[in-house]
Design a protein around this ligand. Structure first.
Ligand SMILES: Cc1cc2nc3c(=O)[nH]c(=O)nc-3n(C[C@H](O)[C@H](O)[C@H](O)COP(=O)(O)OP(=O)(O)OC[C@H]3O[C@@H](n4cnc5c(N)ncnc54)[C@H](O)[C@@H]3O)c2cc1C
Length: 335
């Protein structure tokens, strides 16, 4: 449990983490392992951030990240652990035209299973937004949307960088000019995701997913073939260009456009129901070269780090590596 100097003083956590996505939860595990008291706060209802699953009736969808690849040796060992624990499995390693690709792993039953596994034994406050952060002597103070305030010796922020910059601005936290320039360079693609329930099987060839280099669709996957859904259900991701152009359009109309564009992949199946989700910050298109950013380095600020897929690589694995890197920096900063 967190430290408290006497029964009337507020609880002080060693580390407060904003974000229960892959970066935040991976960092939480390493910090917890190092004996630190960690609280993770996330505004979302579920765990996993951009790992997201949704149900519409009997249909189930992965509508955020679709799979993970593994290159780093520690990350490969984690994937092996998740497979042993039954929360991940290999989905495919080759697809039409690409016979020998990297293995693609998926969460079981959905991508969020890995986040739920990482959250085991962690202190996570869900549906709670951090509205602002301020420095309070040698502590961080976070104002939550439920009116509570959290105090911590160190802070890790893992939200997409534009949201992180807003949080830093909320408490007038000074950002050194060189780091500000690095943060300003980071950019993201938007993605409009359509989840459509079908009355029959799709015409998407095995393994049940196709990526596109041009046109309105970036990716389409068959959640039934993937093993995610009990009944036919497709996820259609708008391409970066299409999603940026139509991000503020009526979501149902724009979803119908993507369904129309996907017609050759739906075969004879008809859409019986669909929902649309907009990811304003889906994947970084410009990343920082470092694995995380220790913003408090060479300043008088208490330990403060930034992490997420904008740092160690624009994907699932990058978010995890970034979380681990941030945990290492904060452990050293708190020593
Ligand atoms: C549509 C889509 C498809 C993708 N496909 C793939 C793929 O196939 N393969 C792959 O490797 N990667 C894919 N990705 C990318 C992958 O999902 C991300 O790289 C990874 O999940 C990012 O993790 P993260 O922890 O950095 O950020 P996030 O998952 O975004 O976590 C940040 C968390 O911070 C929380 N938060 C933000 N602000 C606050 C606040 N003020 N208070 C409290 N909580 C807050 C958010 O709710 C969120 O849960 C995809 C992403 C999307 C959106």
């Amino acid at each position: 449990m967190p430290s408290s100097t006497d029964s009337n003083s507020p609880v002080i956590w060693d580390v407060l983490i904003i974000g229960a996505g892959l970066a935040g939860l991976s960092a939480a595990n390493d910090l917890h392992q190092a004996g630190l008291n960690v609280l993770v706060v996330d505004k979302g209802r579920g765990l996993g951030g951009r790992l997201a699953g949704r149900r519409i009736g009997d249909a189930t969808f992965d509508h955020g990240a679709q799979f993970m690849t593994a290159r780093d040796s520690r990350f490969k060992a984690s994937v092996a652990e998740w497979i042993d624990a039954g929360v991940a499995e290999e989905w495919y390693s080759s697809y039409p035209g690409h016979p020998n690709g990297h293995p693609r792993y998926r969460g079981v039953p959905t991508m969020t299973a890995v986040a739920k596994y990482l959250a085991t034994d962690m202190n996570v406050l869900r549906t709670t937004r951090v509205d602002s952060i301020t420095q309070d002597n040698q502590l961080w103070s976070a104002a939550l949307d439920n009116g509570d305030t959290i105090s911590a010796k160190a802070l890790l922020i893992t939200s997409p960088v534009p949201q992180t910059l807003d949080l830093l601005a909320s408490g007038n936290i000074p950002v050194p000019a060189d780091k500000q320039a690095r943060l300003d360079r980071i950019d993201y693609e938007a993605c409009i995701a359509v989840m459509a329930v079908l009355d029959g099987p799709t015409a998407i060839p095995a393994p049940g997913a196709t990526a596109f280099d041009e046109g309105p669709i970036g990716w389409i996957s068959d959640n039934l073939q993937k093993g995610v859904s009990k009944i036919p259900a497709v996820t259609i991701h708008g391409s970066g260009g299409f999603s940026a152009e139509h991000y503020d359009d009526d979501k149902i109309l724009i979803g119908q456009k993507l369904i129309d564009a996907a017609a050759p992949y739906l075969g004879n199946a008809k859409v019986t129901e669909y929902q649309v989700h907009g990811w304003r910050y889906s994947k970084p298109s410009v990343v920082d070269p470092e694995a995380c950013m220790l913003l408090s380095e060479s300043t008088d600020l208490p330990p403060l780090a930034l992490a997420g897929d904008a740092f160690a690589g624009p994907r699932f694995e990058g978010a995890v590596l970034s979380g681990w890197a941030a945990a290492k920096s904060l452990i050293a900063a708190l020593a």
